[in-house]
Design a protein around this ligand. Sequence first.
Ligand code: SAM
Length: 323
Amino acid sequence: MRASCAAAAAAANRIDAASTRASARLTRERARCARSIADKYYYLAKEQGFRSRAAFKLVQLNRKYDFLSKARACMDLCAAPGGWLQVAQKYMPMSSTIVGVDLAPIRPIRGVTTLVEDITTQSCRAALKRVTPQGLKYDVVIHDGAPNVGGNFAKESYTQAALTLDSLRLATEFLGPGGWFVTKVFRSVEYHALLYAFQQLFKKVESTKPVASRGTSAEIYVVCSGYLAPTKIDPRLLDARHLFADTEAEIQPLDVTKDNGKRKRNRSGYEDGVSTLYKECTAEEFIVNEKPGEMLGSHHTFILDGKVRRQERDVFLAAIESL
Ligand SMILES: C[S@@+](CC[C@H](N)C(=O)[O-])C[C@H]1O[C@@H](n2cnc3c(N)ncnc32)[C@H](O)[C@@H]1O
């Protein structure tokens, strides 16, 4: 009896070890895929004369939502080295107004005005006013800012969220009614608070991850359309100290497949572990979940690996395509 228990324990250990090895292999394989996607866009950017790989994220966002083809004025916040500005210049009508601002200087791009400013300052706001033709309202404000805070992820996520809020504040000042706001956001504890703020100001808010954005990165993009241009905005909505206070316990995950409309903060039922910056699940988990739309809002990566049967993979892909 004791011998058979020992044999069972040894077998269990062997299975554990095998599954650890398999999961390490899977992690390595995913990292290799992410690297090869990054390399692909690095070379594509070089080939097509874009200054950054990031340019393809805007190309893909615009392909999905088409906010540039009819825009006459675009403001790019945190724009250096200028990849997104090149995309805006390429896809917007001729002689549109395009303004880019960054802490770092941006090499000249034909038809584009650039500023060296910190977007969190009053000086930036004043400089943007100076270069904006009298009475002009922008159709699109885009923001791809990434603060450099030396690898401290928790601090980085807060600073990134605060920077996004600063860009939203500028958007509220410069966008015309019906305008678009397209921004990078890190999936972090502040994410849902930011979505809440966007939803108070725009008709439609959607989170999306362009293929050019590495699967392993916690960044996603939020596309807000139909700026409501309210005459008065509660300043607390655009104040990081207020908006991000107690975020861990306040807001429910969103179903990104639905037009969520205006939402009230819900103080109950916030999912445990939502403070995790990066979340993934298998296609199987997605398929059997009762709220797949919410999963799209709360997870970064959906794994289609060898363990998923072909039929399940097809169901999963069909579900994604139908969104
Ligand atoms: C990922 S890069 C933007 C890439 C750009 N979209 C492109 O395609 O070339 C992020 C930029 O955010 C800028 N940035 C970070 N904090 C900023 C701030 N407070 N004001 C202005 N720019 C800022 C950085 O200088 C950096 O150039």
